[in-house]
Ligand binder design. Sequence first.
Ligand SMILES: Cc1ncc(COP(=O)(O)O)c(C=O)c1O
Length: 366
Amino acid sequence: MDESLLIKNLTLIKSVADRADVKIIMALKGFSMFSVFPLIRQYVPGTTASSINEARLAAEEFGGEVHGYAPAYLEDEFEQWKGYCGHITFNSLNQYERYKSRLSSDDKSIDYGLRINPEYTEVSTDLYNPCIPGSRLGVRSSDLGDNLPEGITGVHFHSLCESNSYALENTLNAVEKHFDAILKQCTWINLGGGHLITQKDYDVEHLIKVLKTFKAKYPHLEVIMEPGAAFAWETGYLVSTVQDVFDSDGIQAAVMDVSISAHMPDCIEMPYTPKILGVELAKTGEKRTRIGGTSCLAGDYVGDYHFPDGLHIGDNLVFNDMMHYTMVKTTFFNGVKHPNIAIWHINDELEIVKTFTYEEFKGKLS
Ligand SMILES: Cc1ncc(COP(=O)(O)O)c(C=O)c1O
């Protein structure tokens, strides 16, 4: 984690919140590196949690406001959620019905919400599209009708993924079209995550215009946004070392000391090919080197890159943009060793904040 890059992102996020007069909180599912929470807390008032563990981490390590949303609250965890959160959003009318009698009047300090399905998205990868037919995420307007259920004060939607402000604008138009009557009865709306505000091509001025236009139409609403990836976008690296290289059917196969599957699973799930500093992807006809991981999964590789002088045992490769959706998704598959986690501080000091032990691997098993 490069602290100066994180501060750059935080400064931009805070300036958007201030200028557009919206609340921006951080989604822990995308980035939960709690050693930098005290720094992030200086810029944003809180976090959003998607499980009881994240809610506890948020309350204990981040402080400030904790917002909760999960596709289902478990019977024996709901009281704990109430202890940690100031906002709790239900995913379905069934979930609301199940817990409605437990929204007791002494809960005045908690705002309850309902996740809605805007039935509009510009996300083309099904894995990240909550509006696909048959989606389990959020209530459709045809099922909700025009009346906000008793005890609910706000709505939440999430249908963007690494999206720009124009996708948000179109989504808000869909939300207004389907849920105008509901919005008039709410006191707050949460626009979810997927706003890649800190990406270099993101049109921040347009975002502020979109938010101000929406607020002018619904001046009674508090507007909340909960990006995750945008906070840690391009703020850090995964440093790896080549352990072996050899020819495999004319392709140079490389085995690293990290695993794509265990340490950067989104590269396989999304899928996407990460940038390696100073290295280009192989073009047609060029010599190719396939960067593979240390696990025995055949598909544990990221793609074919071009090294004009070949790659050698002992070379270091630095994967770029390895903060969001990496640490939070890692696994101990194959019992692989996990990289240390370190912060490169603004005073140029490198602090190792975490090293992994055998006990942590064993502790996940029984
Ligand atoms: C409900 C909800 N809020 C916020 C986020 C954070 O999205 P991102 O990290 O893409 O900004 C997600 C991501 O899946 C989500 O499901």
